[in-house]
Design a protein around this ligand. Structure first.
Ligand SMILES: Cc1cc2nc3c(=O)[nH]c(=O)nc-3n(C[C@H](O)[C@H](O)[C@H](O)COP(=O)(O)OP(=O)(O)OC[C@H]3O[C@@H](n4cnc5c(N)ncnc54)[C@H](O)[C@@H]3O)c2cc1C
Length: 377
């Protein structure tokens, strides 16, 4: 006879893991089916270098309980290789002092509002938490360009924020929302840390509830969901939580609207960088001349090179190099605003992840919220 699970979670990135962890702590009945554990949290074989998510913010209330924080990002060592010029960020950040002050005050205001929103999204879900705050709602659907024009910070946005946004989010200000712009501006007031996440420790209490497999179809049959996997299993559940990236969620449950993100290639290499690129331990590059988004020099002196293309000529930046690993993200993220998806996708059907807001902390919270909804259903 087939077992019927109360809940099946599909996908073991941070969203699925946080949901599973919470259900496990509260003795919920569930099974987590996933292709891999960690998803976009992925590290080198020695666990030292992160190939996916790189930093946790000092404001990551949940994630900071589970990760080991390592080196702090030294903002003085950020260098912009933009518009044919090499500019340490400290030189450019004070170029427009009034715009800097205005940007700081906007970032501080946003910080407190965003903190309230994160608390709310644990209770009422991300979509409702945004919709219930008129200012956040406006920011979520507003263009970043409009926000910076409204507040007279266009020069600051173009010279400081745009290189960071492009290097980290792969999008220009013209493509970004005001909400994402404000999120990025938090870098001025919160610390960012490299981290390691002990996935085995985190999943240890529910190891026996993890099934490594790939879900191919999900069908509603009467009151239950029937889940088929690539290895030929059929599993039944009352609740299904989709915690895959949104293009997969779209295939599985037919999400009507999603954002389609860009692919990013992460090269981990040892090498000797050319003299003209030595400045800065974190470097951001422009969008006009190069597919390279950015580079981060790691504690062991190796480099992470982020690129929009797989086929790049590393001799442009390095005198000599040896590629240790190449990790591909298809796509790196899905969110560039515009879509605000609900966690509740149908009766007993839930969607969690970073569709609305990118980043480990908000994604973790989507998993918590749905775990609580299921526990109380
Ligand atoms: C290069 C990079 C750098 C980043 N930097 C940062 C950073 O510095 N700070 C930060 O906070 N965030 C960062 N992020 C974003 C952050 O990693 C993501 O927002 C977050 O990890 C998304 O988690 P998720 O659980 O929603 O999705 P994912 O981590 O993508 O997990 C999805 C899971 O679903 C599984 N899956 C997919 N299809 C199926 C299927 N059919 N059946 C079963 N399982 C399936 C996958 O195997 C995976 O385990 C970065 C991301 C990348 C890629």
């Amino acid at each position: 006879m087939n077992i019927v699970y109360k809940t099946i979670i599909v996908g073991g990135g941070i969203a699925g893991l946080s949901c599973a962890h919470e259900l496990s702590e509260k003795s919920g009945d569930f099974l987590l089916i996933t292709k891999d554990i960690g998803g976009r949290i992925k590290s080198s074989t020695n666990g030292e270098i992160n190939y996916g998510a790189l930093w946790v913010g000092s404001n990551y209330a949940h994630m900071n309980r589970y990760v080991k924080r390592k080196r702090k990002l030294n903002k003085r060592k950020i260098c912009l290789y933009f518009e044919g010029k090499k500019t340490p960020i400290l030189k450019v950040i004070f170029k427009y002092p009034w715009q800097l002050l205005k940007s700081l005050s906007l970032a501080i205001g946003f910080y407190f509002r965003y903190r309230r929103f994160q608390k709310n999204s644990e209770i009422i879900g991300q979509k409702q938490a945004i919709e219930s705050d008129p200012i956040l709602r406006k920011l979520y659907f507003q263009k970043a360009e409009e926000l910076v024009a409204e507040h007279g910070i266009v020069d600051f946005a173009r010279t400081v924020m745009e290189p960071l946004l492009y290097g980290i989010m792969t999008s220009k200000i013209s493509e970004e929302t005001a909400f994402q712009y404000q999120l990025m501006s938090l870098f001025m007031i919160v610390g960012a840390y490299e981290f390691s996440f002990d996935i085995n420790k985190f999943t240890q209490p529910f190891q026996h509830k993890i099934l490594t497999d790939e879900v191919t179809t999900i069908k509603k049959e009467d009151k239950l969901y029937s889940i088929q996997t690539i290895s030929g299993r059929t599993l039944k559940a009352q609740n299904v939580v989709i915690a895959t990236p949104s293009p997969i969620a779209q295939q599985l449950i037919g999400l009507s609207r999603i954002n389609v993100g860009k692919d990013v290639y992460v090269f981990h290499l040892k090498g000797e960088i050319k003299k003209e690129y030595e400045t800065g331990s974190v470097k951001f590059f422009g969008y006009e001349t190069t597919p390279i988004l950015g580079m981060a020099e790691e504690e062991d002196s190796s480099f992470l090179v982020y690129s929009l293309k797989k086929d790049i000529d590393l001799s442009q930046w390095f005198k000599k190099w040896e590629v240790i690993a190449l990790v591909e993200w298809h796509p790196v993220y899905n969110d560039i605003g515009k879509v605000l998806l609900d966690a509740h996708e149908g009766k007993n059907l839930w969607l969690i992840g970073d569709e609305n807001i990118i980043g480990l902390e908000d994604t973790f919270i989507t998993g918590l919220y749905v775990a609580h909804k299921i526990l109380h259903s």
